[in-house]
Design a protein around this ligand. Structure first.
Ligand code: ACO
Length: 324
């Protein structure tokens, strides 16, 4: 039996040129390379240049994903951009990227689920493609968290970085059993936790952009349980398991959260893709950044089964299984 699925045609990513190492940060706030590496696994992060915006990062990642897919911007009729750091309050940064790519058809919108944004955006685009409403989608995660960090707060400024990643999805009729594409996705939100990780500004409250605030221990305490629960949902819905997946590509927030989640789910360490050391937590951009690395270095091959997960502000948390 054949079904319509959203199949990944290409992936791309972009990191801004300026590199900030842990040693660089240690000259600005009271921290050390040893503390940051031991608690988070992060060694360096990239920071957008003055005037370089989320749309610039997202557009570059989108162009690289289109090149990887062998497609032109005009082939795209849907853009879903996951971001918590838009260029402006409105219009959507997706509209800016759409215009810069010269796309005049279909729809483009932003989606805000903080660090879970890419999985939420993938799931949203997938649902639209499967109805037949659109044919090909750019799903982008792009962030300039450097602009909302309090650079005097060592508890948060060492954790985040800027970057973007994108995938091209195409609606294709595939075999229901064993066929490629997004097999299942699971999205969760529990707004009771919203004060544990938030930005203390916004158009309707303070009329300012604000800065990121976090109760790090509380986030850590909830993360592993939420991540493993939503992955169990993906396994139950698909009949897949830790044994049958080829790659685990988690949100790249923190090496300890990634390792603890993989261990709890009994996912073999060799299947875990970790890139957080190179770019820190880039929020909605981190999963497509890691996907791009693992695809380009030859780990993710056609037909491989890839498990994605994320957890972030809200709290939001999500999983997806994709046969590449
Ligand atoms: N350098 C040196 N010391 C620091 C730093 C730093 N950058 N930051 C905090 N400390 C100090 C604290 O002041 C504290 O000192 P004290 O004992 O003298 O009071 C000590 O280190 C311990 O602080 P904790 O906050 O308890 O440290 P913890 O072991 O919990 O590690 C961390 C902090 C890394 C933030 C951890 O809680 C964590 O990883 N939380 C998850 C946060 C996360 O990943 N958020 C990303 C967004 S959500 C997501 O994407 C999943």
């Amino acid at each position: 039996m054949s079904v319509i699925r959203s199949v990944v045609r290409g992936v791309g990513s972009y990191l801004p040129a300026t590199l900030v190492t842990n040693a660089d940060l240690a000259s600005r706030v009271d921290t050390s390379d040893e503390w940051i590496v031991q608690r988070t696994g992060i060694r360096e992060r990239h920071i957008a240049a003055e005037g370089e915006m989320t749309s610039d990062l997202g557009r570059e990642a989108a162009l690289r994903a289109l090149a990887d897919a062998g497609l032109e911007p005009g082939d795209i009729d849907l853009i879903v951009l996951a971001t918590s750091t838009p260029d402006q309050t409105f219009p959507a940064t997706a509209a800016t990227i759409q215009a810069q790519l010269g796309i005049t058809q279909g729809a483009a919108f932003d989606l805000q689920a903080v660090c879970s944004g890419f999985v939420f955006a993938l799931s949203t685009a997938d649902a639209h493609l499967r109805t037949g409403m659109f044919k090909r989608a750019l799903v982008i995660g792009a962030e300039t968290f450097s602009r909302i960090l309090d650079w005097t707060d060592r508890g948060t400024c060492v954790l985040f970085g800027d970057g973007a990643g994108a995938v091209v999805l195409e609606a294709v009729a595939v075999d229901a059993a064993g066929g490629r594409g997004v097999l299942t996705s699971h999205l969760r939100t529990d707004g009771r936790h919203r004060s544990k990780l938030f930005v203390d500004g916004g158009p309707s409250s303070t009329q300012t952009v604000g800065h990121l605030r976090m109760e790090g221990r509380e986030v850590f305490r909830h993360a592993v349980g939420m991540i493993t629960d939503v992955i169990e949902d993906a396994f139950a819905a698909s009949g897949e398991s830790a044994e049958t997946i080829d790659w685990f590509v988690p949100h790249q927030a923190n090496r300890r959260i990634i390792d603890a989640s993989a261990q709890k789910l009994q996912i073999a360490p060799g299947k875990v893709v970790t890139t957080v050391d190179r770019h820190g937590n880039t929020s909605a951009a981190s999963i497509p950044l890691a996907l791009d690395v693992a695809r380009k270095d030859g780990r993710i091959k056609d037909d491989d089964l890839v498990l994605l997960e994320a957890m972030g502000g809200g709290f939001t948390w999500a999983s997806a299984l994709v046969r590449w």
